[in-house]
Design a binder for this molecule. Structure first.
Ligand SMILES: Cc1cc2nc3c(=O)[nH]c(=O)nc-3n(C[C@H](O)[C@H](O)[C@H](O)COP(=O)(O)OP(=O)(O)OC[C@H]3O[C@@H](n4cnc5c(N)ncnc54)[C@H](O)[C@@H]3O)c2cc1C
Length: 387
């Protein structure tokens, strides 16, 4: 039987994973990419598959992250040895994916931006369309845009001596805004250093000035600025099925509302959308997104809602509960007992196995999450095979 045809708009992680999965399922696939694949990237290049659903990236890995250091009033180390967290070279990774996709028989047209008018034509010409066009969300633009929640970012790629920090990520919270800045070394001589602003920006503060201040504060002044990047990351989930078009990744607002990471959710949603298109059942896509990603994204949103209300001291308390040593955690346990659900959720999110149910704070999973998540394997029925 002839398989339905698929057009994919955008060859970022979401589009490339969708195209590869669809081609593996036997669908004829055509990809349209506005730029050259892997060019004009905007990313800190941390790939955190927090749900452990994806196979490790086959190409482009610079290191498996050993540790993340979080700093607020105190500094906390999160051991990453059990996590699927890598620093990648996204250009190399995406170019390798492009080769794979081509080898599977997909037609890829680079330097081919799709306009809203052309999208309407593609919808007539192909059985299914996957909109993986990222933050500019072609399909939503066609529908007069969507005012959503965004995380604002600014980033420098710096050249200099990062040899002591390679393999370790640094995430710093500051008292004057809800957000964080990061130092993600990509090699001994290069790092992505950026700032994410979540929610309302304090009046009068400019994100680019703030980034310069951080570079000075971290003693990185004089390091060569190799590249400037940044922009919004959409974190408000959109309707993922619009007629015969399925939206994936940033186009569907699937990045983490808590930290803005969206590579993993783009890949996962790309795979799920391709599977739904191959069976001709778009509702399967909405349902599987709900099943696979909604719990995690909802947990992150709830943690964010709490974070927005916390003083800096309280934020430090929450971090102590989650990442502090036994003594520190014990000391904070009673003082911050109202944070227990968020603490359990954050521990489960950063352990690699999402266990806790948010809906009922008295659910035994939440109460015992602290003790179970680090050691437990996910139950078989909670695993979804996307590898
Ligand atoms: C500064 C910054 C740092 C980030 N750091 C991280 C990080 O460390 N880890 C992480 O997980 N996430 C990070 N993110 C978020 C992450 O980059 C995105 O969530 C992720 O790239 C989404 O993948 P996507 O495939 O949906 O979209 P994209 O990667 O944006 O890909 C969309 C593709 O569609 C193409 N396109 C757009 N419009 C059209 C059109 N009309 N026609 C044809 N092609 C089109 C684009 O050229 C692009 O290639 C960061 C974002 C920013 C801004």
């Amino acid at each position: 039987m002839q398989q339905p045809s698929l057009a994919v708009i955008g060859a970022g992680p979401g589009g490339l994973y969708a195209a590869r999965e669809a081609a593996r399922l036997g669908m004829p696939v055509t990809v349209f990419e506005k730029n050259t694949v892997g060019e004009k990237l905007n990313c800190a290049e941390g790939f955190f598959d927090s749900l452990k659903l994806l196979a490790p990236p086959a190409q482009g890995v610079r290191c498996k992250v050993q540790e993340v250091r979080f700093a607020a009033k105190d500094t906390f180390a999160m051991d990453c040895s059990g996590l699927n967290l890598w620093i990648i070279d996204r250009q190399e990774w995406q170019k390798a994916l492009l080769e794979e996709v081509r080898a599977l028989g997909c037609r890829v047209h680079e330097l081919s931006p799709v306009t809203p008018e052309q999208l309407a034509m593609l919808e007539r010409e192909f059985d299914w369309v996957i909109d993986a066009s990222g933050v500019s969300a072609l399909k939503n633009k066609q529908l007069a845009g969507s005012a959503g929640q965004h995380i604002l970012t600014a980033q420098y790629t710096l050249g200099g001596d990062f040899s002591d920090q390679f393999g370790k990520l640094r995430v710093v919270f500051e008292p004057n805004y809800c957000g964080y800045y990061w130092i993600f070394p990509k090699s001994a001589g290069q790092a992505n250093v950026g700032l994410a602003w979540i929610g309302k920006k304090p009046a009068g503060l400019r994100i680019s000035h703030e980034l310069k201040r951080i570079v000075d504060k971290e003693g990185l002044r004089g390091y060569a600025i190799l590249k400037k990047a940044g922009g919004p990351i959409p974190t408000a989930r959109q309707k993922a099925v619009l007629g015969r078009t399925l939206l994936v990744g940033d186009a569907a607002g699937l990045a983490s509302p808590l930290h803005g990471g969206g590579i993993d959710t783009a890949c996962i949603s790309g795979i799920l959308a391709a599977r739904a298109a191959s069976t001709g059942n778009p509702m399967q896509y909405s349902q599987s997104l709900e099943k696979v990603l909604a719990v995690r994204l909802n947990l992150e949103q709830k943690i964010l809602n709490l974070w927005k209300k916390l003083s800096f001291t309280e934020l430090n308390g929450l971090l102590s509960l989650v990442f502090g040593n036994q003594l520190r955690r014990f000391a904070c346990l009673l003082k911050y007992r109202t944070f227990w659900p968020e603490m359990a959720a954050l521990r489960s999110l950063t352990s690699g196995y999402l266990k806790a149910e948010w809906q009922n704070p008295l659910h035994p999973d939440i109460l015992t999450a602290n003790f179970r998540i680090v050691t437990d394997e996910p139950e078989e029925d909670k695993k979804v095979c996307l590898k």
